[in-house]
Design a protein around this ligand. Structure first.
Ligand code: NDP
Length: 263
């Protein structure tokens, strides 16, 4: 029996155990997926091996710590320095990033996107920003503090804090902050956010399982919007592919994982 987990702080809200366990059960795969409330990212590696895990997902706020914890980082995660999926490969910790492609999967229904405003500058913002640049989008980043903006500047994105953000239009505004996850706060002051959202075509939130104040505001302004459920689904399918050594058809996994959303 293999054991998998999700690490985070908070982690109680995570639907990943439900999604992955439903896939394991449906396919008769001898594995179980649990959650681990981890306060200190520096203890990630030691905790992973002490629990004898075969693989894990990592959520807020430990994705950068997960990158540091790895013996080897592969693919897109190397470009962005952010890891959300860990695989135990013969005692070596291998890191991947499945968030960005999960998000691209989620915004397919919006059609052609050319410009994006990313709210937040944490691990998720880094992954999405870099993926958007790869896709040729014009990317601007807005964060409440300046400290984490430098890597975005280095990749040619425009960056702003609340004090320096100009009013301009974007096809898509994405909330990647944790504002609204456990509280009822907006990711930026309302007087700044409302005109930006008014001029945008679409809004998306990485948070799932609740209508955040950000999504509520976007809906009030009549914008088509999405919460983070499809992003969760997209990254989960890719993570399962890595956990199972690519033994299952991703389309079948997607179908089974989506069933778990009704639980
Ligand atoms: P990080 O901790 O790395 O980054 C958090 C970011 O949020 C920082 O930019 C921080 O700003 C900002 N922030 C936190 N609180 C506030 C606030 N009250 N007002 C404004 N800004 C705030 O988190 P992650 O990038 O790992 O995750 C971000 C969110 O995305 C989480 O809610 C997570 O659940 C969600 N997520 C969902 C996924 C899905 O599958 N649907 C996948 C990945 C993430 P500062 O730099 O100033 O501190």
């Amino acid at each position: 029996m293999q054991l998998f987990a999700i690490f985070g702080d908070p982690v109680a809200h995570s639907r990943s155990p439900l999604m992955h366990n439903h896939v394991f059960k449906s396919l008769g795969y001898r594995a179980c997926y649990t959650r681990v409330h981890l306060k200190e990212g520096s203890r990630l590696r030691e905790t992973f091996f002490r629990l004898g895990l075969s693989g894990a997902n990592v959520t807020v706020p430990h994705k950068e710590a997960a990158y540091e914890a790895c013996d080897e980082v592969r693919g897109f995660a190397r470009t962005v320095g952010v890891v959300n999926t860990l695989v135990n490969e013969n005692g070596r910790l291998i890191g991947y990033n499945t968030d960005a492609d999960g998000f691209m999967f989620a915004i397919r229904p919006f059609g052609t996107i050319r410009s994006v405003l990313v709210l937040g500058a944490g691990g998720t913002a880094r992954a999405l920003g870099a993926r958007f640049r790869d896709a040729g989008f014009d990317v601007a980043v807005l964060n409440r503090s300046a400290g984490r903006l430098e890597p975005f500047n280095a990749q040619g994105m425009t960056t702003h804090t609340w004090e320096t953000m100009p009013l301009r239009s974007f096809d898509l505004v994405v909330n990647t902050t944790s504002a609204g996850l456990e509280d009822e706060s907006l990711p930026a002051p309302r007087e700044l956010l409302e005109p930006l959202l008014s001029q945008a075509r679409f809004a998306a939130d990485a948070i799932y399982g609740k209508v955040t104040p950000f999504l509520r505001l976007a809906a009030e302004l009549g914008k088509p919007c999405k919460d983070g459920a499809d992003m969760l689904l997209g990254q989960g399918v890719l993570a399962n592919h890595l956990f199972s050594g690519e033994s299952f058809d991703p389309e079948q996994i997607e179908k089974i994982m989506r069933e778990s959303f009704a639980f």
